[in-house]
Design a protein around this ligand. Structure first.
Ligand code: FE2
Length: 167
């Protein structure tokens, strides 16, 4: 899910903080640094929210929620797994060494992150969790827009030079 899944906040933060180095200008490097750092903060928000929801759960409530097999392995510790228990992997993120490919990947990632928050909202019956999920979903939309602006700017400078990309 949003902690250690393919479209989660850990994947997002590591993707952007890693890709920042090969961006062609300081503005885009700073954008990836800012968004990558914000995603780390979102990971902390997700962790705090999930822990608040499970910390007082009884074994029966854990079983009723289908979390019994998770509980056997991890207790109430959070862990970097997806909604099916698969561990986080670097295969979730991309680093192509090309700013247009990377920014396009990032826009795709933000839309998948937004969709995952939508799916989580379908199951939320906790007002506090719903507010938090809506806030985090909105930030994914903003990140999508910022990456889109960066992509447009880089493509404009790319095409105005009338040479194929490679400095
Ligand atoms: Fe995001």
């Amino acid at each position: 899910m949003k902690y250690g899944g393919p479209d989660g906040e850990l994947a997002a933060s590591l993707r952007y903080l890693n890709q920042r180095y090969t961006m062609p200008n300081n503005k885009t490097k700073a954008l990836l640094t800012d968004i990558g750092t914000e995603e780390l903060a979102h990971m902390e928000m997700v962790a705090a929210m999930v822990y608040q929801l499970i910390k007082d759960a009884t074994p029966q409530q854990i079983k009723d929620a289908g979390m019994d097999t998770y509980y056997v392995d991890r207790g109430k510790d959070l862990f970097y797994v997806d909604a099916n228990g698969n561990p986080w992997t670097a295969a979730y993120i991309a680093a192509k060494g090309d700013p247009i490919a990377n920014l396009t990947e990032n826009m795709d990632a933000e839309q998948k992150a937004r969709a995952t928050y939508n799916h989580l909202l379908d199951f939320s019956d906790d007002p506090g969790a719903t507010d938090t999920l809506r806030y985090l979903r909105e930030r994914e939309v903003v990140h999508f827009q910022r990456f889109g602006e960066a992509l447009t700017e880089i493509q404009d400078s790319f095409f105005s030079r009338k040479v194929f990309y490679k400095d």
